[in-house]
Design a protein around this ligand. Sequence first.
Ligand code: NAP
Length: 216
Amino acid sequence: MTATGLTTIGFIGAGHIGSQLARLAVAHGYRVVLSNSRGPETLADLAAELGPQATAATAADAAAAGDLVVVTVPFKNYLQVPAEPLAGKTVLDTNNYYWERDGRIAPLEEGSTTVSEMLQAHLPGARVVKGVNNIMAADLTTDGAPAGTPDRRALPIAGDDADAKATVTALFDEFGFDAVDAGALAEGWRFQRDTPAYGVRMTADEVRARLAEATR
Ligand SMILES: NC(=O)c1ccc[n+]([C@@H]2O[C@H](COP(=O)([O-])OP(=O)(O)OC[C@H]3O[C@@H](n4cnc5c(N)ncnc54)[C@H](OP(=O)(O)O)[C@@H]3O)[C@@H](O)[C@H]2O)c1
């Protein structure tokens, strides 16, 4: 039995972050259904590495299969994420806006919305939680530690649905990280690129302090 009570995690995106989260998920007893933009056959090596708990599918099928679904794609592609099969599901959004990769997106440049609010607007039936956006992919499998470890690394989350945030908090704890609730999805800018909480190793107290320090 997993700590979240969930069985299957779907992945929309199986690159640096998706593959690392899939490794953690398999190590903690989840089934994973992986997808990317090029098709399941291109995920054969990763699926083989992950073993019998892993399968590769289309994005729509990965979305349908997951009890929880991770969306981890270059942000410019977020409108391609299948919305209908994600209705009612907790969606973990790891995405960041990099204008160099994604092109200039005016509302994000202006600060009138955030990456995860844009994903939520595209997935109106889903319960989007922002998280895992401020840690380097490689650190996910090296920096985790059991609950109660002094100086355990902590990761901020943001979301509008308390139950979805509780699920993600339990998942992070199982994967070796404290979660710190930064508030509603609209607060996600507090740990986006170029903020004090972005990309650095922090304890829970340090995350809280850096979220408070952030300026838009
Ligand atoms: N790398 C990091 O350390 C890091 C850390 C925190 C957050 N992030 C953020 O997390 C997101 C993913 O980053 P990453 O480094 O994992 O990117 P990545 O290595 O480039 O992988 C992106 C994945 O998304 C897939 N993808 C692209 N368009 C898709 C679509 N329409 N449907 C399904 N899958 C699609 C790609 O598939 P194909 O290869 O087939 O195109 C690939 O598997 C980005 O927003 C990034 O800014 C990255």
